[in-house]
Design a protein around this ligand. Sequence first.
Ligand SMILES: [Zn+2]
Length: 77
Amino acid sequence: MSNAESPDTTCAVCDKDLTNATGVAHIYHEGRRFALCCPVCVQLFQRAPARFASGERPQTIVEELVSDLKWKQPGPL
Ligand SMILES: [Zn+2]
């Protein structure tokens, strides 16, 4: 397919525009390269790479993963 969508210029997790961003991390998953804007997004991506790679509404996954993280963190919100 010749879909010119380039995940390389947007964060695969939070969908932030990375065109002029610095410190962008890249992760390879199943032969594709994904850009991540920050260590938090890298961590989230690594928790569910297949789901982010599928391109399905990352925000839903992020909410799931973040609530999962909250469960593991002691103390009040
Ligand atoms: Zn991000």
